[in-house]
Design a protein around this ligand. Structure first.
Ligand code: SF4
Length: 352
């Protein structure tokens, strides 16, 4: 039986029911695909519903402020996805008259859309025959055909795409792709149960004892360590507690999100010198000469190629500091609740 037929029959029995499946609304399909990049389906599902409710169409998303979009995105990480999605919505409204592009090339021109997402939207929304190739598909196909090309490279993409183009069901590429993704995710898992697999009799990896060796991956990039010291400076004004926040600029992580004033160092500051260093920072940047400090333990935050080692230094003051850097904004606790924050800061605030 052909690959597409076997997959189709497996999909009939075991395919997942998902809110963005079985629809042909390109905006919603695109939204789901952007959310699901680097995100588990269970978590992505909630965010998908929240976004669809807040921004039911591309016009609504385009009309939102970046802060609204980032706030709703909070907790998903990889904030460039949200920023690109917002920019793409504005491009569709401004340049394309609000009509979602209906060709693979047009979809691929949207900011933040790579080959995988373009293929997913083109096939699910417009039934165009472009195979989706994500990590699960690489795993399944590399095992089935015994392909040892290191995955997630240009060469591998071209090789897998050419192979899948021979098999894709041209009448129902949407269904073929959904089945392919689900099969890789649910059946051909990192530790699969090959006895229950409909491809067991033809799977090269199973036949040659290479299930654990495929797919082949490129060596991982080295993880960089960064050391952040955040200053949570608080004082009361009547019943309201105020603090300073800064909007992260440039092309670094978390651009556009708000965080406490930050001291970043090359390495960790030894515990016995941290109090003095913190007071020095507060004096230089805010004119604070006396403050009781509470210094947190390390909060470790893992990003793809970086580990953030963060400590929070809470300084309670009787009144507003004499001065502050121009990029520090005075905010109340209430205002912070409506501000997009990196998850690291959000978790810290919740822990208080
Ligand atoms: S036999 Fe095992 S390794 Fe091969 S495709 Fe099926 S689940 Fe994957």
């Amino acid at each position: 039986m052909a690959l597409s037929q076997k997959l189709d029959s497996w999909y009939t029995d075991f395919g997942r029911t998902l809110p963005w499946r079985g629809i042909d609304n390109p905006y919603r399909i695109w939204l789901s695909e952007i959310i699901l990049q680097q995100t588990r389906i269970e978590q992505g599902r909630d965010y998908y519903h929240r976004f669809v409710e807040a921004f039911p169409d591309v016009q609504a998303l385009a009309a939102a402020s970046e802060e609204q979009v980032l706030r709703l995105w909070q907790g998903l990480g990889y904030y460039s996805r949200a920023r690109n999605m917002h920019a793409a919505a504005q491009y569709i409204v401004r340049e394309l008259g609000g009509t979602f592009p209906s060709t693979y090339e047009g979809i691929a021109r949207l900011k933040g859309v790579g080959r995988y997402t373009a293929a997913a939207v083109a096939s699910f929304a417009f039934r165009l025959p472009h195979p989706v190739i994500d990590g699960n598909v690489y795993r399944f196909i590399s095992r089935l055909y015994g392909i040892a090309t290191p995955i997630a490279t240009d060469a591998a993409y071209r090789e897998f795409e050419a192979l899948l183009l021979k098999h894709i069901d041209r009448r129902r590429p949407d269904r073929f792709n959904a089945a392919l993704m689900d099969f890789g995710s649910l059946q051909c898992k990192p530790k699969p149960d090959c006895t229950a697999c409909p491809f067991a009799d033809e799977c090269v990896a199973l036949g040659t004892g290479k299930v654990d060796l495929l797919p082949v991956r490129m060596p991982k990039a080295q993880v960089k360590h960064r050391f952040f010291y955040y200053f949570h400076i608080c004082w009361k004004e009547g019943d309201t507690t105020c603090t300073f926040m800064q909007r992260r600029q440039g092309h670094d992580i978390w651009r556009g999100l708000f965080e406490f004033p930050l001291l970043e160092t090359e390495g960790a500051i030894p515990d016995d010198g941290l109090h003095a260093r913190a007071l020095d920072f507060l004096k230089q940047s805010f004119g604070i000469t006396h403050a009781g400090l509470t210094i947190s333990d390390e909060h470790r935050h893992q990003l793809t190629h970086r580990t953030i080692h963060a400590r929070f230094i809470a300084a309670e003051l009787p009144e507003e500091p004499p001065f502050h850097p121009s990029n520090s904004l005075r905010m109340t606790c209430q205002e912070i609740k409506n501000t997009p924050l990196p998850r690291l800061i959000d978790r810290y605030l919740h822990s208080l």
